[in-house]
Design a protein around this ligand. Sequence first.
Ligand code: FA5
Length: 342
Amino acid sequence: MSMDALAELESSGLVELSTFTDEAALRAWNTKYFGDKGLMKAALAGIGKVPKEQRAAYGQEANRVKVALESAYATALDAAKEKALLASLNEAPLDATLPGRTRPRGRLHPATQILRDIYRIFGDLGFQIYRSREVESDDLNFEQLNMPPHHPARDMWDTFFTTTPGTILRTHTSPGQIHVMRERCPEPIRVILPGMCYRNEAISTRSEIQFLQVEGLVIGEGVTMADLKGTITAFARRMFGPDRQVRIRSSYFPFTEPSIEVDIDWPKDDPNRDRLTKGTGWLEILGAGMVHPTVLRNGGYDPDKVTGFAFGMGPQRMLMLKHAIDDIRLFWQNDRRFLEQF
Ligand code: FA5
């Protein structure tokens, strides 16, 4: 290979390139010059045969030719692509009258939506929102709520323990009652406490191991069971509408006395009604009662001067009732086919 041969390679390469306008021909040219067995490769490899004193000059010139051909190729390829694009646009011209493409819209998770409904309803009833912790002490989750160690009622809540002794994942939002009382005492209280709870129990169509609760707590002079019933009924009317029935049953919780549970009737026309309500037609949404004197005392209040009521409701159960959802597991599965219905 000589300097002349290099000059010849450059000029013939550029001339050939200028005759091609389509992408396929250009790519074939690229293989001819820059492929493994291409002319440029051969010219660069030929440096070994150049006399020693000319090698440096030859090498420099060969590199210059290589760069010149590469850049001419890149320019020609861009031009060919643009030409092809313009041709395709002319073939199918832009129709400015076509409707735009709709973009999928984000939305709130149904659990967030119902929490906001709950906040609005209780906000109208004069309640404040109070946040409490999910990792809780055994003391507040059980003991301060009138359940000493080995109290049989602890079996009502299957607990997730942590590796730190005495520290658990709260099984209900009720320990928040103690936090609020100790912070607000001796002021009257009217709050709700929303948040996640955890129970080590069998997962079923109605029960999850991680689920939401909203606790309610009212403390003041002369607060009665009638106030509790009135509050719950007013809430249920606004949440479910005037046509749905509310059932109040007596129940037992160690931290309330007396205690009740509240059910809502499952939509009557839903074919899954019997299966989801175990044939009763009712689904339980909350437990409640008059705050036990021991709990009032643990919170710093004097049960001879004030009384209070508390409740703990399950927002996911309420969503099931509102929309006849037949499986509570759907909420945390993040299946868009389910979520997009809300
Ligand atoms: C309690 O957790 C009491 N702390 C409620 C309470 C508060 C009573 C204040 C008195 C005073 P219970 O375990 O029944 O009670 O749960 C209350 C509600 O949470 C249930 O009615 C249900 O709506 C919901 N819930 C309970 N367990 C689950 C679960 N595994 N999955 C989904 N929701 C649940």
